[in-house]
Design a binder for this molecule. Structure first.
Ligand SMILES: [Zn+2]
Length: 202
């Protein structure tokens, strides 16, 4: 009897904690482009529920799927959108911005010398003192120990090999890499719009 009660109360607690409909802040909308592909895979394009609803009223998005949770105002009851699609197609620029995040993403968040995912830094492949520039083609992700070991030398001088030559990626390439990093939480209504290639392999 006691055990049954315990199990029941645990189950209640768990469902309360897991149930996103209890907490609006846990109800972001997945944002799709006008072609119904995600605007961005990584970070996944998510808008807070307020932004999503505002966009609905501004007629900028179509509601594709909704949470069971509703929001109420004097004039309106509305299900919180879980997937929305932009009405106007956003064209990605061909090349992504040269940012720390995009550089790590190009290198899959791994040291390009040893593959470690820890203590990542940026390495000037040709050191600055030898005229190396801060560009896509001359910066590689390196863990702190490898960066330290390499010091102010070229990879050849340091007898270290880059796993891949640093290149300027296209936006399409970065999007593809981003698919390898699905977020921890995926609402069930998002699954149809994401990672179908991964789902098929499962
Ligand atoms: Zn390393």
């Amino acid at each position: 009897m006691f055990k049954a009660e315990l199990i029941e109360s645990k189950a209640r607690l768990r469902s309360a904690a897991d149930d996103p409909t209890r907490n609006l802040s846990a109800c972001p909308a997945l944002v799709l482009n006008a072609d119904y592909t995600p605007l961005s895979y990584y970070p996944l394009s998510l808008w807070p529920w307020q932004t999503a609803i505002k966009a609905v009223f501004l007629d900028r998005v179509t509601i594709v799927e909704s949470y069971e949770r509703e929001v109420h105002s004097p004039n309106l009851d509305m299900a919180v959108p879980s997937v929305i699609a932009l009405k106007q197609y956003v064209k990605h620029s061909e090349f992504p911005a040269f940012t720390r995040f995009n550089l790590f993403l190009r290198d899959r968040f791994a040291c390009q010398y040893c593959g470690s995912p820890d203590t990542l830094t940026f390495d000037h492949v040709i050191p600055r003192r030898l005229g190396g520039k801060t560009t896509w083609e001359n910066i590689a992700t390196a863990c702190a120990p490898c960066n330290m070991k390499k010091g102010g030398r070229t990879p050849k001088q340091a007898h270290m090999t880059l796993q891949s030559a640093p290149i300027r990626p296209t936006s399409w390439q970065l999007q593809q890499y981003g698919k390898s990093f699905p977020p921890n939480h995926l609402h069930e209504t998002w699954r149809d719009w994401l990672y179908w290639d991964i789902e098929l392999e499962a």
